[in-house]
Design a protein around this ligand. Sequence first.
Ligand SMILES: Nc1nc2c(ncn2[C@@H]2O[C@H](COP(=O)(O)OP(=O)(O)OP(=O)(O)O)[C@@H](O)[C@H]2O)c(=O)[nH]1
Ligand SMILES: [Mg+2]
Length: 411
Amino acid sequence: MSKNIRNRTKQRKRYNYLNFSLQNNGFFEKPFLKLFLFSLLLLFKSHVLSNKKSHPSALHEKAGIPRPEMISATAVENIQHFRKIQPSAAELVEGILAGNITALSRAITLVESTNGTHLAKATEVINACLPHASQSVRIGITGVPGVGKSTFIEAFGKFLTGLGKKVAVLAVDPSSTISHGSILGDKTRMEELVKDKNAYIRPSASGDTLGGVARKTRESITLCEACGFDTIIIETVGVGQSETAVHSMVDFFLLLKISGAGDELQGIKRGIMEMADAIVINKADGDNIKKAQFAKMEFNRALHLFPAKKSGWTPTTSTCSSITHEGIPAVWETIEKFLELTKGNNYFFEKRKEQNQYWMLETINEQLKTNFYNNPEIQKSLDSTKKAVQNDEISPFAAAQFLLEKYFKKK
Ligand SMILES: Nc1nc2c(ncn2[C@@H]2O[C@H](COP(=O)(O)OP(=O)(O)OP(=O)(O)O)[C@@H](O)[C@H]2O)c(=O)[nH]1
Ligand SMILES: [Mg+2]
């Protein structure tokens, strides 16, 4: 009983205490809370204002990290100079002739531009560069995807810069018209060459037609040569028409192959074999050496079945490994022999003249086509005429004639 009374007294005491503290809370805390919140607000405001003073806008730039010493101050200055301003044609030419890579890249971008206003400036730059194009050798390299073109160019390019040469790598890649340049991804395969100050790697131009892309690469060659590059490598994927375009802009055409399952000649286009000045079997390393040797023999036999070349050159076959670099110097020796022969019999110079004519005609064809399809009158009638042809309402030839007449009348 007495325990019960003690418990109840305890409970009452606790209740009284709680009651008292609640009452006190109500009484004391409200003004305190207000004061506390108010001072918090003041603090926050002053913080924001002081921050605003030091960061006037969201675009405020921090000082950043200092430039590492290994980066040349002159190079940075050159890049900044050319980025900031839109250099005139004369300035670009001056930069290119002085060996400035930034000026070269800008000029190539100009050449690749589809903006009509850039055309005149690009033409001016190219014309001014033409007389200064260095004595160069232009090498075309083709091969199916995965054959090792990029790896080969990395090894071969490094070998050439080791000889004191200045190497420019350009590309004609039909797939790049969609993917905007495959060498760009390939740059990872050319890790060493990318870093080499005597090498310049440019992803292939993008465009609507192979002809357009190839023409831009052809013009880029002139710019690279004027910039002092004496060895120009043009890479292309050996699937489609791009080899013909590349063959028409190089002195030496190299077909890269790998050994297969003994059926080396299967599926290889006769046209590509005919164009090749050398067939190099890549990946001749490890277990693959014997197979590569066999493939070499087979290609050699096949090449002898082709008629003799106008150049007087007998195409060669060899093996190499772009990984171990075995056989890479021999490829250059072959090219040197080719140059000696074809410069001696004048074929080298005659071929370049022929190529120049080819590119003039190609450019006319290309421009006429672009101009035709961009004509507003043609654009208006093209779709309906196409439909009429599809529905046999008009013959394809009559429809073409109808559109051409429309185009020339409006000219
Ligand atoms: N063992 C060996 N592997 C090689 C050699 N050359 C290239 N490869 C490998 O073959 C693969 C394809 O090489 P790439 O250089 O990307 O071939 P690619 O012809 O440029 O290919 P695409 O750019 O797709 O047309 C890579 O995994 C290379 O490491 C070689 O000489 N030996
Ligand atoms: Mg590649």
